[in-house]
Design a protein around this ligand. Sequence first.
Ligand code: NAD
Ligand code: TDX
Length: 356
Amino acid sequence: MRILVTGGAGFIGSNLIQRLLLNKENKVFNLDKMGYASSTKSIDNLLANINSKSLGKYEFLNVDLENKLDTQNALDYVFPDLIMHLAAESHVDRSIDRPDSFIASNIIGTFNLLESSRKIWRNFDKKKKSTFKFHHISTDEVFGSLGKTGSFSEETPYKPRSPYAASKASSDHLVLSWHHTYGLPVVLSNCSNNYGPGQFPEKLIPLTIYKAYRNQSIPLYGDGENVRDWLFIDDHIDALLLVAKQGVIGESYCIGGQGEKSNKNVVLEICKIMDKIIPFNAPHKKLISYVSDRPGHDKRYSINPSKIKKELGWKSKYTFREGLEKTVHWYINNLEWYEKTITSKEYNFERLGNKL
Ligand code: NAD
Ligand code: TDX
């Protein structure tokens, strides 16, 4: 199986590739532009530490999907049986400060990838054409914001409210239209908030771990009562592998572990874990600082995962507490990587998304 993963040097993509490489029948191509949030360290570690005979084959392609010709050349070279498209600018706060790169990567990049895929797919032989799949990985943010009740499902109308969410919604529409118009065999998934090892520390959970560990103030936007539906990365990877293998062409699947929590409760749980690890700084909750709200801040996300559970047999394995313990320990053990990565990317743990 020749698998092209776009955005494979990002948080979810690098965890996905590590899993795909455990099947030695796979040849995995990682296409990434190596942006500020990229690292292939975890993949390189896996390849260095495990007997290569028991792993799949791996190749890295330094390509920016904004470049049409490079994208086409990469597709011609890879000649994939499966594409898993994760490459995107992914941070809501950055999309507020500088929406340009979100339009370029998430919309134009997806368009270039779709066109290149269509060109190679229509020349495949009958067998390869009938088994090929383009799996587009998207987010629950395309559905907008919920009130106190209700959940998003595959039937929920799109109502994106941030530049990030709007660019992802556009990419979802492009992908589905390439299926309806040209017959490209696509499948989509829309997942809730992920957390786990390797997430760039601009996002709430790794940022809080870092700030608590360094005994610095932990910023909570607004009143801290906005709700996210958290899913541990390994559970998302399980779901992605099922959708890629068994998902019905033209369908989309909502993925979420029914792990709703307010931001304040997430931060308090991290503080409790830190109190055990560094008792002399306890209680870490004293570090919480309420700061001005994110503009257009979505109030609540919640996924109804009935379809993927019933039709593909997926279910989440990790409780929030289990996933969080693993995540905190990973960050603490990788603090050196963590700080080196950040300083080399010119990110200083500063507040983003409030320069209106
Ligand atoms: P990330 O920011 O950690 O990684 C994204 C990767 O894509 C980076 O390595 C970046 O260099 C690459 N990329 C961006 N633009 C590119 C381009 N033009 N050409 C080539 N590579 C490019 O993001 P993530 O959290 O791993 O998210 C991956 C995907 O999953 C995204 O599409 C995101 O919308 C989606 N998603 C994320 C979450 C989450 O909670 N993190 C939840 C649901 C869906
Ligand atoms: O310092 C912070 N303080 C704070 O209160 C940060 C960085 C965030 N927040 C709040 C904003 C959100 O309500 O925490 C919540 C989570 O924020 P992020 O980690 O930035 O994630 P979110 O905006 O919910 O988007 C994430 O989930 C869906 C990913 O970044 C997206 O890529 C994914 O599609």
